[in-house]
Design a protein around this ligand. Structure first.
Ligand SMILES: [Zn+2]
Length: 153
């Protein structure tokens, strides 16, 4: 079918509209997704104040103080996963948790463009839906959880 003909095909046009609707929905979710994650990130900093680094600390080979801190953060972050959720470690870099709240959010998403996902705005709509479904921080804000599941599928 030629390109012009495609736009006269109602099924094709409806798929385009559905894709556009999904993008519009995602735009509406940006703030909704980022605020709880940013607040949780601030809470982590308050809950686990930084202790002085022993020095000679590298991202891949942290000192014992920084390594212990990462483990404490990891344990807390994992406690925020919903019961059915499985963390996607390939999406995220634990060494960046202290500096970047969205690294924590990415743990709750399925495999995706982990380098390109730097905020809600740069995360695909399915990633945002997975975050809402897989992260307990959203439990108080989502009553129609099943609707999110349907859209994701
Ligand atoms: Zn250190």
């Amino acid at each position: 079918m030629e390109v012009i003909g495609r736009f006269q095909d109602h099924t094709y046009v409806n798929w385009l509209k559905a894709g556009q609707a999904l993008l519009c929905t995602a735009e509406g979710l940006y703030e909704f997704c980022e605020q709880p994650i940013k607040q949780y990130h601030r809470d982590l900093h308050t809950k686990y104040p930084r202790k002085p680094c022993k020095g000679h600390c590298q991202e891949k080979h942290p000192c014992t103080v920084c390594s212990d801190r990462r483990q404490v953060w990891k344990k807390d972050v994992l406690s925020q996963l919903a019961a059915q959720a499985r963390p996607c470690w390939k999406n995220t870099d634990m060494a960046k948790y202290e500096a970047d709240p969205w690294e924590i959010a990415k743990l709750c998403m399925g495999r995706g463009d982990d380098e390109g996902r730097t905020s809600a705005v740069t995360t695909d709509p399915i990633g945002l839906l997975q975050l809402v479904l897989n992260c307990r921080l959203f439990d108080n804000y989502v009553s129609a959880r099943q609707s999110f599941v349907k859209v994701r599928e």
